[in-house]
Design a protein around this ligand. Structure first.
Ligand code: AHG
Ligand code: MN
Ligand code: MN
Ligand code: MN
Length: 329
């Protein structure tokens, strides 16, 4: 159902955010400002990505991050850009990032919000001009305003997110977010320097024919997942896997499909990180009519224990996720 104050396609993100601020609960304007800060950082990253091949921004840093992954230059640049935008914006008291082990204190101890971020998602695709992204998740802090924030502010659980979103730097750049109501997408118009509402009130198809997983790992998947994938092949479903979670998610959200990252020998708890990959996308997925689960429970119901905790992830059209879950004993 469209909201009485629904704004038309073509509205700028800034105007949209202001309008929502008056229409809904985030009345004091801090969350609005925070969303604008994220959009600004997104524009900067977009610029860096677009010219990465020209200014020596491709390739590795020659070091590993806390995840044991080899860090790419753009991983580091995106991390710095976002941290800086969120510090300078003033609405965030602490950040956690995929690229940093500990929580990052911004020094804004009077700020109300904390942000969990995957600054650059899909880093293996950076150097080959394939879609990459950014994922973010916003919470209201639970520690008292004025005090130093702690990990407790980040370990609230997926249902406590006040907003979540992603930016996909693809064939065009799009920012998709929700504050828990509708899910909306804003395509970047570089000539105007503005994100423009292009995908209002996204509703994902209830069923689909796309399945997305890393086929090279199939022999390691648990039996029910292998059975499910066999059924997809029997039905002549379409396999699509980019290897950038944001891009795989966005395609399946719009077209109808299922994304699978099961446990593997290398990552027995799953590969994807709960706080800045699974929770935010699960929050968006559910608001758009999809499901996001492990074989045991809903992603948003998982109790967080640590900042870089991993999870398996099955996410997408509700009919497909249900069919998969039926195969688990
Ligand atoms: P990141 O680039 O932020 O470290 O995330 C990598 C993730 C995700 O983007 C992608 O979907 C997945 O890893 C791909 O994993 P495989 O290469 O194992 O398929
Ligand atoms: Mn990484
Ligand atoms: Mn990622
Ligand atoms: Mn990343």
């Amino acid at each position: 159902t469209s909201h009485p104050l629904a704004l038309p396609v073509g509205t700028t993100l800034d105007r949209y955010i202001m309008n929502r601020q008056y229409a809904f609960a985030y009345a004091t304007g801090e969350l609005s400002q925070l969303l604008r800060d994220i959009a600004l950082a997104g524009k900067i990253i977009n610029r860096e990505i677009n010219r990465a091949g020209l200014i020596d921004l491709t390739g590795g840093m020659g070091v590993q991050n806390v995840q044991g992954e080899s860090q790419q230059k753009l991983d580091v640049i995106a991390d710095i850009r976002f941290s800086r935008a969120l510090k300078n914006g003033g609405e965030v008291c602490a950040i956690i990032s995929e690229e940093e082990e500990e929580i990052i204190l911004t020094g804004n101890n009077n700020a109300k919000y904390v942000v969990a971020i995957d600054p650059l998602d899909g880093s293996t695709n950076i150097d080959v001009n394939v879609s990459i992204g950014t994922i973010f998740s916003i919470y209201r802090r639970v520690t008292p305003i004025g005090s130093e924030p702690t990990v407790e502010d980040f370990l609230q659980g997926g249902h406590e997110q006040v907003a979540a979103g992603y930016i996909l730097y693809g064939s065009s750049t799009i920012l998709v977010y929700t504050t828990g109501h509708s899910v909306n997408g804003f395509t970047y118009d570089a000539s105007l320097g503005e994100f423009i509402l292009s995908h209002a009130d996204i509703r994902s198809p209830l069923d689909g024919t796309i399945y997305s997983c890393n086929d090279g790992n199939v022999d390691e998947y648990e039996e029910p997942v292998r059975k499910y994938l066999a059924s997809c092949r029997e039905k002549h479903h379409t396999a699509r896997y980019i290897g950038s979670l944001v891009a795989d998610f966005h395609r399946n959200l719009l077209k109808g499909g299922i994304y699978l990252y099961p446990p593997t020998a290398k990552n027995p708890d799953g590969k994807l990180r709960l706080l800045y990959e699974c929770y935010p996308l699960a929050f968006i997925a559910e608001r758009a009519g999809c499901r996001a689960v492990t074989h045991r429970e809903s992603i948003l119901d998982i109790k967080p224990r640590s900042l870089h905790q991993r999870s398996s992830l099955y996410m997408g059209a509700p009919a497909m996720v249900s069919d998969l879950l039926c195969l688990f004993p």
